[in-house]
Ligand binder design. Structure first.
Ligand code: ZN
Length: 665
């Protein structure tokens, strides 16, 4: 591709990626799958590599371009980042209002009320429209320069179309509840201490020195103000709209309240609805709307007089610890789980709570029969926060970690640098079952009829010791099993057989390598043509792949170093499970140089698979139909894209035609 067409293509891809970032992160309305998004990104990276002169500082590829830092430097905030005073009840709010009223003698005023996101406050500084740096609040005067980490957050624009030469925007970086649960799940599997709440997780993530590790945590941001708002803005409410129009992610739940009663109503409403949100809030923020009035009231040395935080009461309940169960995951980590006297906690009955790990057990000094305080903190399963020591029965014994695996009785070990105790026995039935269940699960090898109950039978009857053995099973082995009829045995054998043809990435995902979810598995399968080259790649090489990182690299390397795993892989290979990449990466394929838009559902492929095929054969995926679209692939019930293609005279093909092209017929 020559320089000028490369330039055009790069500009198009950047626009496209920026648009999808916005759709995904600001509007929560993605138009393309993650896979399709990654393909756009890969293409841009490729082109920029070929034309390094065309790389701009605000290109989406620059989000994860930083190298690990030795430490953070400090920056001084242009205007101090004050913290807010807290209030805890309606009376406090009314008192705040009286102070405001007194300060603004005779004037009318109104409030803007926002959700108080449970995250980390940051400042983003833009010069001539480009993100120059981003920093933590720190002590309010100086904060840590965490620019490289903030750049990895896709909802933070790297450039904005502002007429102001300098603009400092402030916001709260946070983790969604789902992402928080995912991170803690990984921590648990890795034997690391889990994060207590999403705020700690967000703060811990921003303190990482390696931006690639930060990119792994899917952080997000809501902006809520500016250090010095542009002079043409008179009100905060107006400013929120201004920032939204610039492309910042502004929380949509902003209340405009005419008096303090409305403020209180609004706060109460959100206290009831907080569980509907996919992120944690710990209260509300009340601000005087008009800037002139804000200035009139001013600030004390530590907080403004025109704003206040209203904190929700913690969601805690007291109950009795009945017993402790030690459960075992597929990586062998033993997790203590509390069985509780059932208790009502913000709308649901709670009878179990996580105790995380041994360190936590010791720190809480838990005894059987203790009265404990449990709390919900952005988790599906609540946690025990503390013991009410005064209520302890003197004869009660302490809860201690067992020394042996509760399932196979092998001694538990604690590895260096881990908080978890693990069962080190690779043949431990609990781990074996866990790994096989994962292997067979939907999204992995998707083996119908191989749920936990059947896995349990197969393992306890010693028919299999790992998932590699599945492929040696015969119908005659299955028939003696409980509740296994002729038909279900046939079906299971067929399902196992069928799984051999699963795409390579699903095989990679099925192995259950820590940190390798479906997304990472796809990435690995794209980069390595077969299992052998993946196995010999090593941490360094894998860490460099866009979207992955050192944690994934290390985990993959560890997996392939383990002789037990190699033995299982050998079985898969022998059985004929697909061990190499299925897509040819050739250029000049059937879709060479074409921009293809997909619409409607396909029978033989998911849209992602179809997109992968098109890209692998030299094409690009477009998201909207225009005159430049080469081809529209229309499946069943195509949408408006189909009509538009017809109107513009763009060629439309159906699935049969598509298959014909793919196969080169
Ligand atoms: Zn065990």
């Amino acid at each position: 591709m020559d320089q000028s067409s490369a330039q055009k293509e790069i500009a198009r891809l950047r626009r496209e990626i920026k648009k999808h970032d916005r759709l995904y992160y600001e509007l929560a309305r993605p138009e393309i799958s993650d896979g399709e998004y990654d393909l756009l990104m890969q293409r841009l990276i490729e082109l920029e590599k070929q034309h390094p002169g065309l790389v701009l500082p605000d290109s989406p590829t620059q989000r994860v371009a930083g190298k690990p830092l030795p430490g953070f430097t400090q920056v001084k905030h242009p205007t101090p980042m004050l913290s807010l005073d807290n209030t805890y009840n309606e009376d406090d709010l009314r008192e705040f209002d009286q102070r405001v009223c007194k300060g603004l003698t005779g004037q009318s005023y109104r409030y803007v009320v926002e959700l108080k996101i449970d995250g980390v406050a940051v400042a983003l500084f833009y010069r001539q429209g480009l993100l120059e740096y981003g920093a933590t609040r720190g002590d309010g005067v100086r904060g840590d320069d965490i620019t490289a980490n903030l750049k990895t957050i896709r909802s933070i624009p790297l450039s904005i179309d502002a007429s102001e030469s300098e603009l400092e925007v402030r916001g709260e970086v946070y983790l969604s509840k789902k992402e928080f649960a995912r991170l803690n799940d990984i921590k648990q599997q890795e034997g690391q201490a889990v994060f207590a709440n999403p705020r700690n997780a967000a703060a811990g993530s921003l303190k990482q020195l390696d931006p690639r590790a930060v990119a792994q945590r899917k952080l997000s941001i809501f902006v809520y103000g500016m250090g010095r708002p542009p002079g043409n803005l008179d009100q905060h409410y107006q400013a929120m709209k201004f920032m939204k129009d610039l492309g910042f992610k502004v929380n949509p739940n902003i209340g405009l309240c005419q008096d303090i009663s409305q403020v209180i109503d609004y706060c109460n409403r959100w206290e009831q609805k907080r569980d509907d949100l996919d992120y944690e809030i710990d209260g509300m923020v009340v601000k005087l709307d008009t800037y002139a009035q804000q200035r009139q009231l001013g600030a004390t040395s530590h907080s403004p007089r025109w704003a206040i935080a209203y904190k929700f009461p913690a969601r805690q309940a007291a109950t009795i610890l009945r017993s402790v169960e030690f459960s075992l995951g597929r990586t062998g980590v033993v997790t203590p789980v509390a069985n509780l006297e059932p208790v009502q906690l913000s709308g649901s009955i709670v009878s179990r709570a996580t105790l995380h790990n041994d360190d936590e057990l010791k720190r809480k000094d838990l005894h059987y029969g203790d009265t404990v305080i449990i709390e919900k903190a952005g988790e599906i399963i609540p946690q025990v926060v503390r013991v009410v020591i005064e209520k302890r029965n003197k004869k009660a014994g302490p809860v201690v970690m067992p020394q042996n695996c509760p399932v196979c009785h092998a001694p538990l070990k604690r590895l260096e640098g881990e908080v978890a105790w693990r069962c080190g026995n690779v043949s431990c039935p609990a781990q074996v079952k866990g790994r096989i269940e994962h292997f067979a699960s939907r999204g992995a090898m998707d083996i119908d009829g191989l749920g936990p109950a059947v896995v349990e039978l197969l393992v306890t009857q010693e028919l299999i010791t790992d998932f590699g053995d599945l492929y040696d099973l015969r119908k005659a082995d299955l028939l003696p099993l409980e509740r296994m009829g002729e038909k279900s045995a046939d079906n299971l054998i067929t399902a196992i057989e069928k799984s051999k043809g699963n795409p390579f990435w699903r095989v990679v995902y099925s192995l259950g390598i820590i940190h390798v979810g479906t997304q990472a598995a796809r990435e690995l399968a794209k980069r390595f043509e077969d299992m052998d080259s993946l196995a010999s790649a090593g941490c360094q090489e894998i860490s460099k792949i866009y979207g992955l990182g050192p944690a994934v690299g290390q985990s993959v390397e560890n997996f392939f170093r383990n002789p037990h795993n190699l033995k299982v892989l050998e079985k898969l290979k022998r059985a004929g499970v697909r061990m190499k990449s299925d897509s040819s990466t050739g250029h000049g394929g059937a879709f060479s140089g074409m921009t293809v838009v997909l619409t409607g559902g396909l029978e033989s492929y998911t849209r992602e698979q179809a997109a992968e095929l098109i890209i692998s054969q030299g094409g690009n995926i477009g998201s909207a139909v225009s005159k430049k679209t080469s081809l529209v692939l229309a499946g069943s019930e195509p949408g408006s894209k189909y009509d538009k293609a017809r109107a513009l005279g763009v060629t439309v093909i159906d699935e049969r035609e598509f298959i014909r092209m793919v196969k080169g017929l």
